[in-house]
Design a protein around this ligand. Sequence first.
Ligand code: ADP
Ligand code: MG
Length: 259
Amino acid sequence: MPARPVDAMHARPVIDIRHIHRIFESDAGLAHILHDVSLSVYPGEFVAITGPSGSGKSTLMNILGCLDTPTSGKYLLEGLNVAELTDDELAEVRALRIGFVFQSFNLLPRMTVLDNVTLPLAYTDVPRREREKRAVHALRSVGLPVDHYDHRTNELSGGQMQRVAIARALVNDPAIILADEPTGNLDSTTGRQVLDTFHALKRAGKTIVLITHDPGVAAEADRAVQIRDGRIYQGAYVPIEHTDRGAAVERGGRGVPEE
Ligand code: ADP
Ligand code: MG
């Protein structure tokens, strides 16, 4: 059984970011979006990130998923210093260690469900039949009916698209699942089913970070990380030996199970 957060704190974090800043440069000038963000996520945890629209949640998630690079600060992923990885190593981390579920699904509309889900395997040496086997396994695990596998994804409902997006994130059996508002565009029944999929993934030992607007969804996670104006003000759980004063204070906050 996966460790409870309080036990897991003795393990090495899977995700460990320290003093991250993200500043975007554009013609309009500099936009300082993330301010001194530190966050640790432990093996087998299910962490929700919540905060108002525009607070920097997706910016943070893109950094966690190695899709974007912080302007300054350090990111250790499973103990690896992400800044020191070569492009090939980074591509491998993204493909094999992390499953990323985008808010807007990012499916290829003219391709079939099965082809969308096998896509992350396209550049691997996994044989074609094995790719399809893995895709079918992933699609089964998210509960998409078999008769939909050869449908184009633009023929699907929002909930079905979200399942395909989750299946695609799972096809490489990554240890870490990052999901940006996976229930945001779904009706409550479908959202419930998608959320149950994440609970099942947690039971299977995955480490999950999920962005949500919905306090009800956040309450189901092991802990909720609150972000506002690009700063985390609750739930960072940075290990004590690395903490500054602020992080040490918040360690006793919400999410630590009471005995
Ligand atoms: P959230 O996901 O919490 O709604 P985002 O992380 O998407 O917030 O965005 C936070 C802020 O960063 C917004 O004001 C957004 O306009 C800005 N932002 C995001 N990406 C960029 C970018 N590439 N260039 C400039 N500003 C950006
Ligand atoms: Mg967002």
